[in-house]
Write a protein that binds this ligand. Structure first.
Ligand SMILES: NC(=O)c1ccc[n+]([C@@H]2O[C@H](COP(=O)([O-])OP(=O)(O)OC[C@H]3O[C@@H](n4cnc5c(N)ncnc54)[C@H](OP(=O)(O)O)[C@@H]3O)[C@@H](O)[C@H]2O)c1
Length: 320
């Protein structure tokens, strides 16, 4: 099968389209003929090897030489103990720990997959898994957003942010979106009540405070985030610098104990039910999965460059 492969960390030029062996499903695994795969910032981080956590499992060079964790496609074959799907079923899901979605076929455990809704295209379904899981677990589960609350989403113009803004609005929050200059209109179109251009304004220094901050790209100190929280407000980091992550682990509990403000990491648990929750909202027309651009498999390096250079609004999708 054709697949995008890389053997060293670097810019998109290190990615190569190669002929590789098709995976074989074992035990409870399912082989999927991929129809669409979406690009996440985690693919970019795993490509360039930064932040440092992107090198877990391969400090000097990537141990898993394929990227791509969100896919939608058709079941081609099932392992001996797989029971939930049959060949021909349309599915979508997260290749958590497996990766290899930027390929004609991919394997994963059947429990990582959900049936693709008939009314959604493969591209729309592929845009859901990782980004929607961050949004659902950050806004609904950890954030427990209530009507009238003030919610700030930093990184609101990207994949996870796009779902998070729409979800927070659905729950009745007053939403502030933070992203770069090119994405201000996009954030407004998602429903954000206020937008902040991170290249011009630091949301932790404008005197405003929020009940919930969901930070997709965190790089400030915990004290800056504390400043931007209302009393008993919560901050969750979904992605960001290792320095910020370490500070949160070390100082978050102390800040909670002394001020009541919660500053935590969001540890996303792979859960197909969350993906289905989001596709139900999409089918009901309450959330729109915005696909910024589509690229063929051979142009995966371009797709990653588009995201890495900060031009993506919503999701970028690879089509097979
Ligand atoms: N916690 C977990 O368990 C878990 C699980 C999966 C993934 N993740 C992480 O969650 C993140 C998900 O990102 P994604 O796929 O949604 O990325 P994305 O589509 O690239 O969106 C991120 C957005 O943040 C913007 N941004 C960059 N720097 C910013 C800043 N200083 N302030 C505000 N916005 C900024 C980006 O704009 P530019 O284009 O200007 O850079 C982009 O629009 C990744 O870091 C991933 O590793 C976490």
């Amino acid at each position: 099968m054709k697949a995008i492969v890389y053997t060293k960390y670097g810019t998109p030029e290190v990615l190569q389209l190669k002929e590789v062996a098709r995976p074989t499903p074992r035990d409870d695994e399912v082989l999927i003929k991929v129809r669409a795969a979406s690009v996440n910032r985690s693919d970019w981080e795993n490509l360039i090897g930064k932040p440092l956590y992107a090198r877990i499992g391969g400090l000097r060079r990537p141990r898993r030489q394929m990227l791509g964790s969100d896919i939608a496609g058709r079941v081609e074959a099932i392992g001996e103990n797989a029971r939930r799907f049959r060949p021909g079923d349309e599915v979508f899901g997260l290749l958590w720990g497996y990766k290899g979605g930027f390929a004609e076929y991919a394997c994963t455990r059947e429990t990582a997959l959900a049936p693709k809704p008939g009314s959604m295209t493969f591209e729309e379904a592929a845009s859901i898994p990782q980004a929607a899981s961050i949004a659902v677990q950050g806004i609904r589960d950890k954030g427990q957003v209530q009507r009238g609350q003030k919610v700030l989403i930093s990184g609101a113009g990207g994949g996870a942010g796009m779902f998070a803004v729409q979800l927070a609005k659905l729950y009745g929050a007053e939403v502030t979106g933070v992203d770069n200059t090119l994405k201000l209109e996009f954030m407004r179109s998602l429903g954000a009540d206020h937008v902040i251009d991170y290249t011009r304004e630091d949301f932790t220094r404008n005197g405003k405070q929020y009940d919930l901050i969901l930070d997709i790209v965190a790089h400030r100190s915990v004290f800056a985030y504390k400043r931007a929280l209302r009393p008993s407000g919560s901050y969750y980091l979904a992605g960001g610098s290792v320095a910020t992550i370490l500070q949160i682990l070390l100082l978050g509990p102390w800040i909670k104990g002394t001020t009541g403000k919660k500053i935590r990491l969001l540890t996303v648990q792979p859960n197909p039910e969350d993906m289905v929750y989001m596709t139900d909202l999409c089918e009901a027309g309450k959330v729109v999965p915005v696909i910024d651009r589509r690229y063929p498999l051979s142009e995966t390096p371009e797709a990653l460059r588009h995201l890495g250079e900060g031009r993506t609004r919503g999701k970028v999708v690879i089509t097979m």
